[in-house]
Ligand binder design. Structure first.
Ligand SMILES: Cc1cc2nc3c(=O)[nH]c(=O)nc-3n(C[C@H](O)[C@H](O)[C@H](O)COP(=O)(O)OP(=O)(O)OC[C@H]3O[C@@H](n4cnc5c(N)ncnc54)[C@H](O)[C@@H]3O)c2cc1C
Length: 405
């Protein structure tokens, strides 16, 4: 390997974790290489076309994974510069302070983090400002204390969602405006921090790079795959895996999309502005955490037709999909799923990287390997994970920058 192929830091993957840590490390002036398997996402009409995105899955990773029964399925992942943040809903919540402690669920315990909410809090604030999150701290009664307000005001509800908010309040609930990382400033571009060295040599060709520090941030499944695939004589079970936990304890939330069909038409264009956390930690008739409810992006007829033809058709046989979509109000229900060792990523089938890492996300087995994507979560809470991954990447970035001094 020549000196030109040696870097101070290599970051593998450019999503919420990898892109953010690269942004944090850039001012150190060190030689940093980002390795990203995907290309830049082209800006084209199909970006806004439901048939292309949802029905044809044009931007999905062109591969199949296997479930525990050996059945193949197309994974909902996207390999592009920026990772899944190029496609996500940008709902950027902090986990609740309770999520960092042990939480008793109906059938088991959600384990505590080695890090407290208070320790991550300054990084949550930085993450919210960096990702242009629009919201208002104080509206959601379940959130922890924030050392600074969001830099941008909440996105206002459109009339139908405002009406829904009033209706929920009449029921005694406490809907709030969903914190969302969108750029609403005309003429200003979204923060972009990435530069990639793509492998232009074609499939099967290899290139060799070295670094003093390697940060793996390929996403929860692919980081595990990369470490397992990197087994060698000194690390026969895979890198950082002397404890055999790499790939185990995979979590993905218990998610459900719920489409209500309202008597009134729903002309909303940007629907993802409201959330309800009244039952996040339990309810009057259920002592265990129940998770959150938030609005989904507005469904349209192509999406309903493509994703739910049978039940949608059966529920409203006389209603064309266009009419159904015009009256649809769409919700995302999100509950915590618990880490179990058997829910795992293996190389030829379907994980997280728990306990293989120390509190600063450095591998126990290796002094120069860090993992900073969503795979480090000891437990996942019931809010969308990206802001926590981003805040953590900023935190770990500071630790690595200290090492590089
Ligand atoms: C449709 C959709 C909506 C979502 N909505 C939300 C939301 O509203 N709020 C929220 O918080 N989260 C949301 N998520 C989840 C969120 O996108 C992910 O949790 C987040 O992007 C994970 O960040 P990451 O850094 O772990 O991985 P990713 O963002 O997946 O980034 C991993 C990167 O590594 C690259 N890579 C993978 N393998 C390799 C390899 N071997 N070599 C080199 N590069 C590699 C990938 O191409 C990718 O760029 C959504 C996800 C989807 C798919």
């Amino acid at each position: 390997m020549t000196d030109a192929q040696h870097y101070d830091v290599i970051v593998v993957g450019t999503g919420a974790g990898g892109g953010t840590i690269a942004h944090r490390l850039a001012p150190t002036g060190k030689r940093i290489l980002l390795l990203e398997r995907g290309d830049y996402l082209p800006r084209e009409r199909d970006n806004w076309d439901s048939t292309a995105v949802f029905v044809k899955g044009k931007y999905r990773a062109p591969e199949f994974w296997f479930d525990k029964h050996g059945n193949q399925f197309p994974p909902e992942v996207n390999y592009y510069v920026g990772g899944n943040t190029k496609f996500y809903g940008a709902a950027l919540f902090r986990m609740r302070p309770e999520d960092f402690g042990e939480l008793r669920h109906h059938d088991a315990i959600s384990p505590a983090w080695p890090l407290s909410y208070e320790e991550l809090e300054p990084y949550y604030t930085q993450a919210e400002h960096l990702y242009l999150v629009h919201g208002l701290h104080g509206e959601d009664a379940t959130e922890g204390p924030a050392s600074a307000q969001y830099a941008y005001p909440p996105v206002q509800h459109e009339p139908r969602i405002q009406q829904l908010g009033h209706d929920l309040e009449k029921q005694g609930l406490h809907p709030f405006r969903l914190p969302i990382g969108v750029n609403l400033t005309p003429g200003r571009s979204v923060t972009s921090v990435v530069a990639t060295v793509g492998d232009r040599g074609g499939e099967g060709s290899t290139a060799e790079f070295g670094a003093d520090i390697v940060v793996v941030a390929c996403g929860a499944v692919n980081s595990a795959v990369l470490l397992l695939r990197s087994a060698n004589d000194r690390h026969p079970r895979g890198l950082a895996n002397s404890s055999d936990v790499v790939g185990r304890n995979y979590m993905r939330h218990n998610n459900l999309a719920l489409m209500a069909v309202s008597k009134e038409p729903n002309d909303t264009r940007f629907q993802k502005t409201l959330a309800v956390h009244d039952w996040y930690l339990g309810s009057d008739d259920w002592e265990f955490p129940l998770g959150g409810i938030q609005m989904l992006g507005k469904s349209d007829s192509e999406q309903i037709h493509g994703e739910a033809p049978r039940w949608a058709g059966a529920a409203c046989p006389d209603m064309p999909f266009e009419v159904l979509a015009h009256h649809a109000v769409d919700f995302w229900l999100c509950g915590e799923d618990l880490p179990t060792p058997d829910n795992r990523v293996t190389l030829d089938r379907d994980g997280g990287i728990h306990l293989a890492l120390d509190v600063d996300c450095k591998a126990h087995d290796l002094d120069n390997l860090y993992v900073v994507d969503t795979s480090f979560f000891p437990s996942i809470g019931a809010v969308n994970p990206s802001l926590t991954a981003i805040a953590n990447a900023l935190r770990v970035g500071d630790r690595i920058a200290d090492r590089l001094r």
